[in-house]
Structure formats: C-alpha cells, structure tokens
Design a protein around this ligand. Structure first.
Ligand code: DGT
Ligand code: CA
Ligand code: CA
Length: 362
C-alpha cells in the first residue's frame, strides 16, 4: 500500500439533465417522451438530439441521433430546442448546494461535479448517509433528481455515479473496487474512447477485468508509454488525481421568492439589494473578484430568464455589483411584461487574489 491516506470522493451527475430542466419548466410535459434538439439552423428538422428523457430513451431516442429519426421513433414526443440559459441557472442552484457540503469542489460540466468529503465524514457509511442527504436537498430545492457515486478516487466515483441511473446512489469501498470494475465494459472507463476500445476488442479484451489481466509492458507496447501505463492503473481503479476547483467555471448566485408576484420596481430593487449583499458577502469571504453580473427572473409560470452583462474589467466592490444588478433589473422589466415570482443575482468569471496579483504584476 502507498502512504496515501484513504480519500472519500463524491461524484454527482444530474439525470437526463436538459430534459429534466424542461420538465421542471413545463410540468404538463412530464410523463411524455421529451426530446431536446440542437437545430442546425439549416431549416426544418435538420440537426441532432442533445438529450432525451427516459420515456423517449425507451423508444430508442438518444443523444446524437438526427432529429428526423427521433421524430420517426417517437412521433408523439415533445420536441424542444436547447435553452442553455435555463440549464445554466438550474445548474448554478445545484452547484451551490453541492459546494456547501464539501471540503473541495470541482465542477466538471454543466451537470456534473466532484466533492471531496474526506474531512467531512469519517468512513464510507457516513459518506453514504451524507450523499443521500445531498441528493434529498437537491431534490427538495431544485426539484431535480441526480445520481451519486462515492469512492476513494475520482475515476471510480464517476463510474459509480453512472452505475445505477436515474436517481441512483452507489458506494464503492476501497476493498470493493476490483470486484466492482471487473464485469464493467472497458468503455465505462472514462478516458477509453472508440479507437482504444476497438483495438482492445481485437485483443479479446471486453471488460475492465480482462484489461487488468494484461501486463503493463504489453499495454505500453500497444498504446505507448503514457496511455499504456494509464490503462494499467485505471483497470485496477487506481487514480491519484485531486479534486480541484476549476478557475473560470465558478459562479455565485442567490435566488429568493418574492412575498407576492410583482413587477413593481421598488420591491424588485429592494430584493436585488438584499441578494447583492448576500452574493457580495460570499465574494468577500473568499476574496474573489467578478467580471460578469446577471439578473435572474422566474415568472409565475416558473419560466427562468436572465439578463447579463460582462464588465470591462474585473471588479470586487459592492457598489459595482449593486448598481450593475439594478441596471439589469430595470432593463429586464422594460423588456418583459410578466409578473415575477422569484428573482436572483449571480456573478461569474470569478478570480482569486493570486490570479489578480499575477495579472497585475505584468
Ligand atoms: P444521464 O446523465 O444519462 O441521465 O443523461 P444526461 O442527459 O444528463 O446526459 P449527460 O450527463 O451525458 O449530459 C448532460 C447534458 O449534456 C445533457 O442533458 C445534454 C448535453 N449533452 C449530452 N450529450 C450531448 C450531445 O451529444 N450533444 C449535445 N449537443 N448535447 C449533449
Ligand atoms: Ca447527466
Ligand atoms: Ca454528465
């Protein structure tokens, strides 16, 4: 054994994310097949499926297939275009909950993140309880389900979150890793792409267990030093990569429900002041600057819209945050004429002191 202290890592992956967001926006479509489409802009149905809910997947409609094929497979499905603003704002809600629970946090994509739980819990039983609580809170506060994996490293945690979907929770303890991986397909190893898996298939390797039986030397001969060595380690569930915050992806936001539905400027600006203060306090604690500000509005029929501005240079003072948020809220109310139910303020393009110093030094 290495002298590594055993780590406990949680990976969260939202279930059928874009489609689930749309189900939250339009509750009437729940239960029907839902297909999210990237229209190519060449007119008609040209384009591909981005994702679909599980009802549509049962009919064979999956990410990547052409829209016209999806329409043949599921003629009665609900077809919707990608609404990235909506998915981002729901993603922010999810990430904020996750971040509050973990020691270190790494957002991997719009719907996935790693949380380091090592110092927060003392063993995998406690980690399982905490993961269940986090899943519950995400469900309570955002209405969405996710799948969770808990394991001693990122590689295995990510495979575990994919193991029982949707709404799954899979824990893989250190002594269970080899057994857990052995029957999985090599393509379940994150990082094994089409080319590698085709070559491995030719060598008679189908499962991760098969792969772990090949010698490191043989793998290096076949795939080169870096990839070969990595394949050997990965097949044994070994991964030392750290959970690390990614610069630039982080956002801090806060949303509140108004006492009553309104579009009265004074009420909304009062709410914006309070939200700006909350967001500012978080920035200040972590000594972060921001370069973009968004005003978020959720209408009485629960549709989410945002208005954003990118500043000419990073700022870190309360006045800039508040005045920008005010301007955005006013502009929003001029452009949209519905009643607001919830409002929010969000900052993004964050940077810490270190990066600012480096930038300032040159
Ligand atoms: P899951 O995790 O299997 O329950 O389903 P999703 O839909 O969450 O799939 P995932 O985690 O691979 O991807 C997250 C989101 O990213 C998904 O909701 C839509 C988008 N996405 C995934 N694959 C594609 C793709 O091939 N093209 C495009 N445009 N978007 C994709
Ligand atoms: Ca997902
Ligand atoms: Ca994902």
């Amino acid at each position: 054994m290495s002298n590594n202290i055993s780590r406990i890592i949680l990976h969260i992956d939202m279930d059928y994310f874009f489609a689930q967001c749309e189900e939250r926006e339009h509750p009437e479509i729940k239960g029907k097949p839902v297909v999210i489409c990237v229209y190519s802009g060449r007119g008609g149905d040209s384009g591909a499926v981005s994702t679909s809910n599980y009802e549509a997947r049962k009919l064979g409609v999956k990410a990547g297939i052409p829209i016209y094929r999806a329409k043949k497979l599921a003629p009665d499905a609900v077809f919707l275009p990608v609404n990235m603003e909506l998915y981002r704002s729901i993603s922010d809600e999810v990430m904020e909950i996750l971040r509050s629970y973990c020691e270190r946090f790494e957002q991997e994509s719009v719907d996935e993140a790693f949380c380091e739980l090592t110092g927060k819990v003392s063993d995998f039983d406690e980690a399982k309880l905490l993961a269940a609580r986090i899943k519950d809170e995400i469900k309570q506060r955002t209405g969405l389900t996710c799948s969770a994996g808990v394991a001693p490293n990122k590689l295995v945690a990510k495979i575990a979150s994919d193991f029982q979907k949707p709404d799954g929770l899979t824990v893989v303890r250190p002594d269970e890793i080899l057994r857990f991986l052995s029957s999985l397909k090599i393509t379940d190893l994150i990082g094994v792409g089409k080319k590698t898996s085709e070559r491995l298939n030719e060598l008679g390797v189908k499962t991760i267990g098969d792969l772990s039986k090949l010698s490191k030397d043989d793998l290096i001969r076949e795939f080169g030093q870096a990839k070969g060595a990595w394949l050997k380690q990965a097949s044994q569930g070994i991964d030392d990569s750290q959970v690390e915050e990614r610069e630039g992806t982080e956002q801090i936001g806060r949303i509140i429900t108004l006492k009553e539905n309104t579009r009265e400027l004074k009420v909304i600006l009062d709410a914006v002041d309070k939200l700006s203060e909350d967001v500012y306090r978080k920035l200040e604690t972590r000594k972060l600057s921001f370069k973009s500000v968004s005003f978020i509005a959720i209408s009485t029929d629960l549709k989410t819209r945002t208005k954003s501005r990118t500043l000419g240079a990073p700022a870190k003072d309360f006045e800039t945050l508040k005045s920008t948020a005010h301007e955005l809220a006013k502009a929003f109310l001029n452009e949209h004429h519905f009643l607001l139910r919830r409002v929010g303020v969000r900052v993004a393009n964050l940077a810490g002191e270190k990066e600012q110093k480096t930038l300032g030094e040159f």
